[in-house]
Design a protein around this ligand. Sequence first.
Ligand SMILES: [Zn+2]
Length: 123
Amino acid sequence: MSCVFCDITSKKLHAHIIYEDDTFIAFLDKFPKTHGHTLVIPKNHYRWVWDEPFVTDHFALVNKIIQHYKKVLDIPTCYQTVWGNQVHHAHIQILPTVDKLHPPSTLDPNEALAIQKQLSLKY
Ligand SMILES: [Zn+2]
């Protein structure tokens, strides 16, 4: 089965990683809707977030990343969505700076490096 997110977790595909541990990986969306649009996924393939045996850990990590983004970006909150109909691998989207929504575009590699540096969590 081909899965673009599994290719990212196995490092077959490059992504701008914001956070990584043994269970999860967070990286910049390739087609960002906001500055710092981030996807947080389990490293193992699950179709839906609700299929994960450690779903509370997934949400705890999303909360940790959002608290970090609030500080770094000086914003009151981030939007988040539990999506799953574009890539069939469980993922939670974090959308900071929602007041600056812009149409989907491809992430510019140079801009991505700057955002990655700005938003990366120590791990
Ligand atoms: Zn997958």
